[in-house]
Design a protein around this ligand. Structure first.
Ligand SMILES: [Zn+2]
Length: 345
């Protein structure tokens, strides 16, 4: 049984358990790993286990005491969470100052305060600077958990003050179990999605969403058509991001999913273009891909692939999603028009 229903991260749990047992729990940790694998869930479960008023075992939560209930509800006065506001790409310095001021106050319920920075990738120089004093010397009894997708993206001043804990992508078996837990009944579909998800439970769940299948069909039909409608496709794709939520991380996840879909499609088309067999797609889609590959040509397909890879990188770098969508749709329109140089490069 996984710790607190969190799959795939037992090794990290052991690391914290050992630190606690040896009385050497640090004050600031950077939890690093790909998006959508459960780092935030883990941070909350850790907070719950550390604040539980009737822990059944070391680093374990009863899940029933008032403190446990408050952590789950997000109302525990000693658990402070800082995240990038909806529609923003950076952690604002004002929010960071408020976070630090609240951490400096005495704990309300117990002996410990836990500060979770959910978007440590999004520090700017100003918010990082305003955090340094707290990070360097956290108030007694404070535990800081910073959540990030890579150490490369951290400012050296932040990185050097944290103990880094690496989270691995989830195994296919873990993702299958998570999909089952979320009510996906079809075992074949669970396995197929787990294979597509690249170790991310969030990605698998997004792919399992029925609205994604509809969107996928509409987008591909539009982009692979002889004369793609730039305005309509841009709107369709942007709407798909907006439907996720206003939360920028959820929108980025969707953008990555779409780009992955396009990359897979282009790879299939490239195989057709080279006369190689393509498996796992139905006959109608194969016809559509073959016609597209013939019109665009190998060179055009390679060029589109290159733009999609670049776009994935831009999504990670927090470039505005609308700009990325317009660029990629524009490239599909241009490659059909035989003028692949137009648009934003
Ligand atoms: Zn409890």
């Amino acid at each position: 049984m996984a710790w607190h229903n969190i799959r795939g991260h037992d090794a990290v749990w052991h690391l914290f358990l050992t630190a606690l047992e040896q009385n050497r729990l640090g004050q600031a940790y950077l939890l690093v790993g790909p998006e959508g694998i459960g780092k935030t869930l883990f941070a909350r479960a850790l907070a719950q286990a550390l604040l539980c008023e009737r822990p059944p075992a070391r680093l374990s939560a009863c899940t029933r005491c008032p403190a446990c209930a408050q952590v789950v509800a997000g109302t525990h006065p000693d658990v402070l969470v800082l995240r990038t506001p909806d529609g923003k790409h950076e952690l604002p310095v004002a929010a960071m100052r408020e976070f630090c001021a609240q951490l400096a106050r005495t704990p309300v319920r117990g002996a410990r305060k836990i500060g979770i920075v959910e978007d440590a990738d999004d520090f700017n120089d100003e918010s990082a600077n305003s955090f340094l004093k707290t990070l360097e010397e956290p108030p007694p009894g404070t535990l800081l958990l910073l959540i990030a997708t890579s150490t490369d993206r951290q400012l050296p001043t932040i990185l050097s003050r944290c103990q880094v804990v690496h989270f691995a992508p989830l195994s296919e078996a873990d993702i299958v179990a998570i999909l089952e837990h979320h009510g996906l009944a079809d075992a074949d579909q669970r396995l197929r999605l787990a294979r597509l998800a690249g170790g991310s439970a969030a990605r698998a769940l997004a792919l399992a969403d029925a609205s994604f299948a509809t969107f996928r069909r509409q987008l591909l039909d539009g982009l692979l058509a002889p004369q793609p409608d730039f305005r309509r496709l841009t709107q369709l794709w942007t709407q798909f991001h907006d439907d996720a939520s206003k939360d920028s991380a959820a929108q980025r996840l969707r953008a990555t999913l779409v780009l992955q879909l396009l990359i897979d499609t282009l790879r299939h088309a490239l195989k057709r273009s080279l006369g190689l067999p393509v498996e796992g797609i139905d006959a109608a889609e194969l016809l559509q891909l073959t016609a597209f590959a013939e019109r665009v040509g190998t060179e055009g397909l390679l060029e589109l692939l290159e733009h999609c890879f670049a776009a994935e990188h831009y999504v990670e770098r927090r470039v505005q999603l609308l700009l990325i969508v317009e660029t990629i749709v524009g490239k599909f329109c241009a490659v059909h028009a035989g003028n692949s140089r137009s648009g934003i490069s």
